[in-house]
Design a protein around this ligand. Structure first.
Ligand code: 5AD
Ligand code: FES
Length: 347
């Protein structure tokens, strides 16, 4: 019966809420088959190619106070830093030489990064490297700001919705943060023509299996180009320090269900997955993921961008990460490629 549900999902690329929930509740009995079908669907659309995105963590300042996040405003123990426009360009130069053709500028919500500053950085990167994509992951901004950044040349934007359930959203965030505003931002990003990424944590505090089934219904409706998911990992200086972490097992199953639901989606095997399990990223690729996002930030700042405890790869140079990742990816039968890795619309 579970096998029939996976087959139906592969055929129709959607299930009902109840069907998703049955699969999630009974994942132990069907996980291997889910992995096998999800990998086949990934292969059909993207082959064995794994795309790499150079992550530049430009600021550990953040005005928000998400209860789960290590760089939340109230964390007095977080060391704060900002990369200047020049620092960012140096990271991109370094990344280009290493084969990266996508740069992801990610950071906390930090007013230092005005539209003017960011547009300048985006234009410089695009002028110097017209063959590269620029992805932004800078949280909630105004429509005008998203528009200006798009016009400056940004191609993609990642903004995890964190949960599609408003009540749940309000348990993860203080009252200053609004579920509706988050959803509005996602709609605007899509409307402005960004390749848009949404996503959520698996096993976040108060999340139920029904919430996870709802995530799949929500993603099907939103039709994002990218979906970033990773296990929740407690950070010891946050209000959620005593909550249990999410598991690799459930994250992997969700990756497979997402691949089957959105066959063309760009799906990273995240650093959080590699943190919770030593082979998490490899297993993520086997379960249908096709993107990796190694860190290109300068070594001096890496340990200051601790979203959760024990984050991996904070001591390595980008070049080391690339050779490490190449070997890891090889064990899965896939292969890292050096192209932009845009979303494929066609079958
Ligand atoms: N555990 C796992 N993921 C986290 N993120 C933030 N804090 C944590 C944590 N403690 C994720 C959020 C955010 C992304 C940049 O990192 O989903 O959107
Ligand atoms: Fe960074 Fe392995 S990916 S050291």
């Amino acid at each position: 019966m579970y096998k029939e549900l996976i087959d139906k999902l592969e055929r129709e690329q959607r299930l009902s809420f109840n069907e998703y929930l049955i699969l999630i509740k009974n994942r132990d009995k069907i996980r291997e088959y889910a992995v096998q079908r999800a990998a086949a669907v990934r292969d059909k659309h993207y082959g064995k190619k794994v795309y790499i995105r150079g992550l530049i963590e430009l600021s550990s300042y953040c005005k928000n106070d998400c209860y789960y996040c290590g760089i939340r405003h109230s964390n007095k123990n977080c060391q704060r830093y900002r990369l200047s426009a020049d620092d960012i360009l140096i990271c991109a130069d370094n990344g280009y030489k290493l084969g990266f053709r996508t740069f992801v500028l990610q950071g906390g919500e930090d007013a230092y990064y005005t539209d003017e500053l960011l547009c300048g950085v985006i234009r410089s990167i695009k002028e110097k490297y017209p063959d590269c994509a620029v992805t932004l992951s800078l949280g909630e901004r105004s429509y005008e700001s998203y528009k200006a950044l798009k016009e400056a040349g940004a191609d993609r934007y990642l903004l995890r919705h964190e949960t599609c359930n408003k009540e749940h959203y309000e348990k993860l965030h203080p009252k200053e943060m609004s579920f509706e505003r988050r959803m509005k931002c996602l709609r605007e990003l899509k409307e402005l023509g960004y390749q848009t990424g949404a996503g959520f944590m698996v096993g976040s505090p108060y999340q139920s299996e029904a919430d996870l089934a709802s995530e799949l219904i929500f993603l099907k409706e939103l039709q994002p180009h990218m979906v970033g998911i990773g296990p929740f990992i407690a950070h010891s200086d946050t209000p959620f320090k005593d909550f249990e972490c999410g598991t690799a097992e459930l994250t992997l199953f969700m990756l497979s269900l997402i691949r089957l639901t959105l066959p063309n989606v760009l799906l990273p095997a995240t650093t959080a997955l590699g943190t919770i399990h030593p082979l998490g990223r490899e297993m993520g690729i086997e379960a249908g993921a096709n993107v990796l996002m190694p860190n290109l930030s300068p070594s001096e700042v890496r340990k200051k961008y601790m979203l959760y405890d024990n984050k991996i790869c904070t001591g390595d140079e980008a070049a080391q990460c690339i050779s490490c990742l190449s070997k890891r990816v090889e064990t899965t039968g896939c292969e890292i490629v050096n192209d932009r890795g845009d979303y494929k619309n066609e079958v």
